[in-house]
Design a protein around this ligand. Structure first.
Ligand SMILES: Cc1cc2nc3c(=O)[nH]c(=O)nc-3n(C[C@H](O)[C@H](O)[C@H](O)COP(=O)(O)O)c2cc1C
Ligand SMILES: Nc1ncnc2c1ncn2[C@@H]1O[C@H](COP(=O)(O)OP(=O)(O)O)[C@@H](O)[C@H]1O
Length: 315
């Protein structure tokens, strides 16, 4: 997949089959659209193109007036994760349009003329039923189909029934993750929820109880960190090796009061130095809530049970 982050650098294609959207999560609903995009591209012999936006439009424009509670934007994917997922679904070109206030002011006409026709060279569009574009989200499928002939574009809409059949939305996935409901989130995503962080230094207590834990500092401030609790995860090191891990997201009530939340993982069957490396987690299962134990002995006994539960969950 060719990744182009500046529209001015996009190689005009002429026969492109295009879809666009924010695609946060690249979930199974998005995957339907991408599947259809690939089919249409193969049938027409043209390259498939996804146009996406960064930063997330809501970060630039604020929450919709009808939903002020959405002010606290949290994302399912970092930009790197989105790129990796889109590449995995067979997209030929990814154009990442820098989303600015100025860009948000483009009319539907300007969006089609400047971006779809002059920059990308679109011949066909494949769009989700609720896709909007242009200033104030004025453009949609109806606008496109009315004007398509004038633009020399063919437009295909992915029907609401097709996308909704899977019952998925980015919002539902966020809700599930905020409740620690990994099973639902993963089912809607069609893959394990990922989280990448840099391994930083903690209190060096873990090693003294036989369970060293790599403490993660997440790299994307907007990335959604699931609910506090204990999880079974797969952890991939910078060297590319994958290990079973038991992860704790919490405030460690057993060892102190008012501690900051940490994200820390003990890798089963591993020993080595992970400091200052990137570690990528895949959430597989929720194991339990965080508890306050009566001392480190009781916590250590529980960690041994967590290790067993982790092996079962990852078997
Ligand atoms: C799988 C796992 C489960 C944990 N569960 C709890 C818990 O229920 N309650 C708690 O207070 N701390 C829990 N912890 C956090 C430990 O207190 C923490 O790993 C220990 O304080 C080591 O901290 P350090 O990395 O700063 O040295 C858990 C840690 C792991 C890896
Ligand atoms: N099996 C393991 N799981 C996690 N980290 C490990 C493991 N073995 C060694 N380490 C190393 O030990 C560090 C964690 O040890 P710990 O005593 O908990 O210190 P800290 O409080 O700095 O996290 C990790 O950052 C990593 O470099």
């Amino acid at each position: 997949m060719h990744v182009i982050r500046d529209p001015a650098q996009f190689p005009f294609l002429g026969n492109a089959v295009v879809t666009s959207g924010t695609f946060d999560g690249v979930h199974v609903g998005h995957q339907r659209i991408l599947g259809r995009l690939r089919e249409v591209a193969q049938a027409s012999g043209g390259p498939s193109v996804v146009i996406t936006y960064w930063p997330h439009p809501r970060l630039v424009l604020g929450p919709p007036p009808s939903h002020p509670e959405l002010l606290e934007l949290q994302l399912l994917n970092t930009l790197d994760e989105r790129i990796e997922k889109l590449a995995g679904f067979g997209v030929d070109y990814l154009l990442i349009v820098p989303f600015t206030r100025e860009f948000a002011q483009w009319t539907s006409e300007e969006y089609i003329q400047n971006l779809l026709l002059k920059t990308v060279g679109a011949k066909q569009l494949v769009i989700g039923y609720d896709h909007r574009f242009g200033k104030n989200r004025e453009g949609g499928f109806d606008y496109l189909s009315q004007h398509a002939a004038r633009y020399g574009l063919r437009v295909e809409e992915i029907k609401r029934e097709d996308v909704d059949a899977v019952g998925v939305s980015s919002t539902r996935i966020r809700q599930a993750l905020r409740q620690g409901d990994i099973a639902t989130a993963n089912r809607y995503l069609g893959y394990h929820y990922p989280l990448t962080g840099l391994v930083v230094h903690g209190q060096k207590l873990g090693r003294t109880i036989g369970y060293p834990t790599a403490n993660l500092a997440t790299t994307e401030p907007l990335k959604l960190v699931p609910a506090q609790g204990i999880y079974a995860v797969w952890a991939t090191t910078a060297a590319g090796t994958r290990h079973r891990g038991m992860l704790s997201i919490g405030v460690r009530p057993t060892i102190g009061h008012d501690l900051a939340q940490t994200v820390e993982v003990n890798l089963l069957d591993f020993s080595g130095d992970l400091y200052d490396q990137l570690l990528t987690l895949e959430f597989v299962a929720w194991l339990r809530g965080e508890e306050k134990y009566d001392g480190l002995g009781a916590l250590t006994a529980q960690l041994s049970l967590d290790a067993q539960a982790t092996r079962q969950a990852l078997a």
